[in-house]
Every structure is written in structure tokens, then in C-alpha cells.
Design a protein around this ligand. Sequence first.
Ligand code: PLP
Length: 461
Amino acid sequence: MDAEAFRVQAHQVVDWIADYLASVGDRAVFPDIEPGWLRSRLPAHPPAEPESMDAVLTDFRELVVPAITHWNHPSFHAYFANSASGPGILGEMLAAALNANAMVWRASPAGTELEEVAVDWLREIVGLPPVFAGVINDTASTSTLVALAAAREAGALGDRPGRIYASVEAHSSVQKAGMVLGLGRDGVQAIPTDAEWRMQPQALADHVRADREAGVLPLAVVATLGTTSTTSVDPVAEIAEIAAAEQMWLHVDAAYAGPAAVLPELARHFVGWERADSIVVNPHKWLFTPMDCSVLFFRDPDRIRAAFSLTPEYLKTPEEGQGTNLMDYGVALGRRFRALKLWMVIRAFGVSGIEARIREHCRLARLFASWVADAPGWEVSAPVPFASVLFRWTGRGEDAASIDAANHAVLEGLNRSGTAFLSHTVLEGRTVLKLSVGNLRTTEADLARTWTALRDHAARP
Ligand SMILES: *Cc1c(COP(=O)(O)O)cnc(C)c1O
């Protein structure tokens, strides 16, 4: 593809993107297709001869897009809703064009230094002290794995079994990190939660003491600020006390809720997180940055490097000890230029713009919760500290299993209709629905439509 052909195609692609973003709300959020739909429509074998970009883009529009669940749709409320902002998309486009690989400083000086700048800006935005440095990873799962690998290295396990603690509500990535780190099936101990799904610090202290007596080395504790099921907030200040007393690494998982620390009215949820050894915050979740972008903050870069630094001859450079070599902070050698989109998002929104959007999302979530709370036959199932609402239809006096089935039916009916897309979780054995507000395009009117649709589906026999 020469420069002129690229220019023509790129203009068409940009026009398509602009139209798509302007009209994504008119599409079905979920395409209502069955698994295998797309594969059955695409050739099983690669083309032997080159194909025209026109033909490829036609298939993109006619086959790929119809099989997309639209995370950019204003009525996407499943999991943790998010959205790709214009500035973030532009950053992603430019990063692809530069194709920079920031493994060592000289491989991409801008890729390296812009990452340091963007991470430092995010640190300031969420109110963490300057002692924290950080890197950008693909996902929180990777960030948590890196942090816990550093914790294991710092723990100097030797032959002893080591253990990591996290609440029963912690994200599955913590357990997965324990598996990858070879800590065994019991490597991650689940700590019970209180009536509002927050880790019980006393239970943590008890487990740690019992483990020490049994010859198990407590390596790390993960406190979650904004758990995946209920967005509950672990008492991180108390957990930090225990971590300090027991010389355990404290990792804070704020993958979802971290950006909300920008709001003074929510700062109380984050008191004590500045005592962590590492913290993960995902700009691709609630900071308008396209997939993927996860920031891992850490207090002591040496401890991360101790777990990951290894420099073969072919990667030695004259800048040793001057420029940062990002390859020293994780598993991957090659690194995408993710900082560009984050830097562009932060500049284009400004801190005030970020605050305003997150505040509005929290307002919309509280508003939705108030509609649910006021409606007969519905209940809000958990507190709403951020912008996700857990709720359920309580039915017409049927037994628990029928009510659970009815909630699944409401969810599936709504999702299949394409009007809105929600997800579910299980709390204390009962099915509950989850509506997360995190999309830049979601308005109060969109939310009201979704609420009407939910009640319509619940009213069906
Ligand atoms: C989403 C989420 C994760 C996992 O995030 P990925 O970036 O998809 O790996 C981890 N922890 C919490 C609390 C989350 O909400």
C-alpha cells in the first residue's frame, strides 16, 4: 500500500469511525447471534492472492461489525461499562502508525518518557504521593501478577510455602497470579467479608498468625477498592496496619474504581491506599482510554526490577543507569506505545473534565438506584459507592429459585433485545443484576429507557 492508497483508505476509515461513534446508540448493543456466526461466514483458508482493501473493509462492515457487542453503546452497562473517547482513539491510531516498541529507552525514547509522564500525571490525578512511580501494562491481571511476583521475590521464600491473602470478593486475577507464581492450590487464601462485602481485617490477622505458626510465609495481601461483584471497598487503612506489622506486601486492586479518587467527595474510600507497595488502576475501565491500558504504581522500582530485570547482551545499551528500560518491569519485552493514548486523553479532558464525567456517572448510578428502590417488586442489593448498581427483581412472592430464574430471564430478554446490555452476579447465593455506568455517551434519557425496558421484561409472564 503506497502513501496515496493509504491516504484514500485511511480517510474512508476515519469517516466510518466518526459515523460509527455518532450513531452507535442506534445499533443493537448485543448482536443476538449464536457462537459460530462469524466463522461460518468467513473463508476457512487465507487468500492466496492479495485482496483489495475495499473488499476487506466491505467484509469488516458487513460481517465483523454485525458480530460486535458495542461497548461504546450508551446502553452498555455490563461488567464495568467503559468507552473509547475520541482522543483515546486518535492516540491508538497514531501509536499503530509509529509502531514504537519501548523495550529499552533507545528503542523508543518518547515511548519510554511519555509513559513516565502519563503515569505520573495519573498518580497526581488520583491523589497519590510522588513516591509512587509506575508502568503501563495491558491489563490489571498482568499488573497484579507483576506486583505479586515482586512480593514473592521480596519475601525471600526459600523452601517455605508462601501465601497471599485477598477477600472472597477479590478479582479472580489474584488467584490466577497465585497459580502462575507456583504458590500452589492454597497459595491464595480467601478472607471473609462483612455484611457489605468488605474484607474483615480481624479475619486477615487471624489467618496470617495461624499461617506463621504453621510455617507458611505470609507474602502479600491484596486490598480491593471497588470489587468486581459489588464495588465494595476493603478497609485499606486497617489492612495496611496489618501488612506493616507482618511485613507483608500490600497490593491495592483499584482497577475499576481508581479513577474515582479524583473526586474529593469519594476520597474517603481511598484513605490509606497511599501506604500500599503497589496499586493497579485501569484507564481502560473508567478513564475513557481504549483497550488496553492498565497502570501499575509501585513504591520501590528496585523491588519490581529485582523480580524481572535480566539483560541479555543484545539488549545492553549505552544509556545504562540513565534512561529507563521498561522491559525491566514485567514479563513482556516488547511494549506497545500505550502511553500516547492515555496522555492524549488526560490532555483533552483535563482534570476538571475527568472529574465532571466521573461525577456524572456516579450521579446517574445513584439516580437509577433510586428508581429501583422506589419500585414495588424491585430492590437494590448492595450499597452504591461508585457508579455500579446491584439490584434484582423480587418477583411476586415465588420461591427463591423461581425468582433467580426470573432475574436471569429478564437479563437474557433485555440483552437479546439489543436495547441495553447488563450482566449479573451472585450475592449470598442469589442472582442479582448489575448495571454499571461508565460510558461517556450515557445520558439520563438512555438510563430511563433501560429502566422501562427492564420493567417491561419483568412484567412478561
Ligand atoms: C476488571 C478488574 C480486574 C481485571 O482487569 P483486566 O484489566 O481485565 O485484567 C481486576 N480487578 C478488578 C477489581 C477489576 O474490576
